[in-house]
Design a protein around this ligand. Structure first.
Ligand code: GLC
Length: 496
């Protein structure tokens, strides 16, 4: 079948800004669909309606014909509804559907884990079986049949396998293709063998040819095996995960096998949300033309975080989920050294409880040098991007990373480890030639990270060079249009 000019795309995701966000997936899930729609395609999004989503604020309403739908999880019948809303703050009007089931989503504010224990919800298998199955019930009810179902991360991993098994004989789904995007391989749960029965899949898939990873059930594996094409969010990460086992662990075999169907597409950024010239959240707007205004944001940032403002002393910001993968074991190990540097350090994020405790203690130990907010707060993220001088991302692995791109366009120079999307977007600054846009270290070691931070601090003192570096960053073009076009190419390729 030749691909139609205007594609119909159902984008299934577990988080979307500003409704809920734990990581960059939420940003991509708003920005990419908008761009696809702007390029003339028809996009609709499906996500769960968690308790944390504000129904009134986002004008979420019922749709009579999408009420009280039913499906099974194992032998149990589950009733759910699909509610309707639209993307927020978008230039394009993009339809958003929300999967509504009180028990699995509505009564929980948290997305994947219990906020008190920090442990994953024990029924995450059932919750995301429901998300996958609801896709098919939704399409049936709507009669709107997508050309492509774009699935994201393990939460959408069962959709491709359902399409190729349970729904394969349904004439409605004959021409539907699936794309599976890996946003991060680091966090994917594996379920006990008893999960298999709940999926309702044919028994032959209760094996490594299907969902079995070792002796555990993996939805991610199913997504990787059964999707018509796999994408991930940067070119370097695509190479890393298909060539090195340390990057993809126990799905390495699948990725190696499917490497011809794996594409790396580096994310863009939503330039309407992340633009210092128009950003309504920050205290003082600025651009390449009035770069001096940035310092007002630094003042506000220092004040907000209780640090004494000093124009000559650089502020290093960090905005990240606090996990080993993101470089937190390195930061913890290097912390004493970091506190000896002539710079402030400001941190925003949540994650592993052990890091919450570590930084809470550090707050008391180094009140004049370090400050942090443990939690997620979008306006603080904007303030840090605008007010800091540098942004640290020392990730061990980084599929793409968005904050380094936000920071570049805010004239906040990134200090990153050379991996994944960080390697694709930040090039080491060379003092002699003036090439490069940031600070980059290779080895995942304290010594290497500290050395590169020191180099950044030194260059910061040279105002002229630093301004040039800021301008280089601020002029970068990370518009979504290019990546969105690449997605469209892949959609068309799988359609035939
Ligand atoms: C995940 C990854 C991050 C990526 C984002 C969006 O959060 O950890 O690197 O930028 O997804 O694709």
């Amino acid at each position: 079948m030749a691909a139609p000019k205007q594609l119909k795309i159902l984008f299934v995701t577990s988080e979307v800004v500003p409704f809920v966000k734990t990581g960059g997936l939420a940003d991509v899930s708003s920005a990419l669909p908008q761009k696809l729609q702007a390029l003339g395609h028809h996009v609709r999004i499906l996500m769960p309606k968690y308790g944390a989503i504000d129904e009134r604020k986002y004008k979420i309403h019922e749709v009579v014909r999408l009420k009280d739908l039913s499906t099974e999880i194992g032998k149990n019948e589950v009733i759910f509804s699909i509610r309707s809303s639209f993307l927020v703050g978008a230039r394009e009007r993009v339809q958003l559907y929300l999967l509504d089931n009180k028990h699995y989503f509505g009564i929980r504010r948290s997305l994947y884990s219990d906020p008190i224990t920090g442990k994953d919800f024990p029924d995450n298998d059932e919750r995301f079986i429901l998300l996958a199955k609801s896709v098919f019930e939704l399409i049936k009810k709507l009669g709107w049949v997508p050309d492509i179902i774009h699935c994201n991360d393990w939460q959408g991993g069962l959709i491709p396998v359902y399409l190729k098994t349970l729904y394969k004989d349904d004439p409605l789904f004959q021409n539907v293709k699936t794309i599976f995007t890996i946003h991060n391989l680091a966090y994917h749960p594996e379920f006990p063998k008893s999960t298999f029965a709940k999926t309702g899949l044919p028994e032959n898939l209760n094996s490594p040819k299907g969902l079995l990873n070792g002796n555990k059930i993996s939805f991610l594996r199913s997504g990787l095996l059964f999707a018509d094409a796999i994408t991930t969010v940067s070119e370097t990460y695509a190479k890393e995960i298909s060539k090195k086992k340390e990057y993809s662990g126990n799905v390495f075999d699948v990725l190696k096998k499917r490497k011809d169907s794996l594409y790396g597409i580096t994310n863009g950024i939503d330039t309407r949300v992340w633009n210092p010239e128009t950003d309504k959240i920050i205290p003082k707007k600025y651009s390449v033309k009035n770069i001096a205004n940035k310092v007002e944001n630094k003042k506000a940032l220092c004040e907000k975080f209780g640090l004494k403002f000093d124009e000559e002393k650089p502020v290093i910001g960090m905005i990240s989920r606090m996990y080993d993968e993101k470089g937190f074991d390195l930061v913890q190990k290097s912390f004493k050294e970091m506190m000896k540097l002539d710079a402030y350090f400001i941190l925003l994020g949540t994650g592993d409880k052990k890091y919450h405790r570590f930084f809470e203690t550090a707050l008391m130990k180094y009140p004049e040098q370090f400050s942090c907010y443990i939690g997620f707060d979008d306006s603080l993220a904007h303030l840090i991007e605008a007010g800091a001088d540098m942004l640290l991302m020392p990730s061990k692995k980084e599929p793409c990373g968005l904050n380094q791109m936000y920071s570049l366009v805010y004239g906040t120079i990134p200090i990153v480890r050379e991996t994944g999307g960080l390697a694709d977007t930040v090039k080491k600054f060379d003092e002699k030639t003036g090439a490069g846009n940031g600070f980059v270290f290779k080895k995942y070691e304290t010594k290497d990270m500290i050395r590169e931070i020191q180099r950044a601090i030194k260059i910061f003192k040279d105002k002229k060079t630093w301004q040039k570096l800021m301008k280089t960053g601020m002029k970068s073009n990370f518009d979504w249009v290019k990546p969105a076009k690449k997605y469209i190419e892949i959609y068309k390729k799988v359609i035939g």
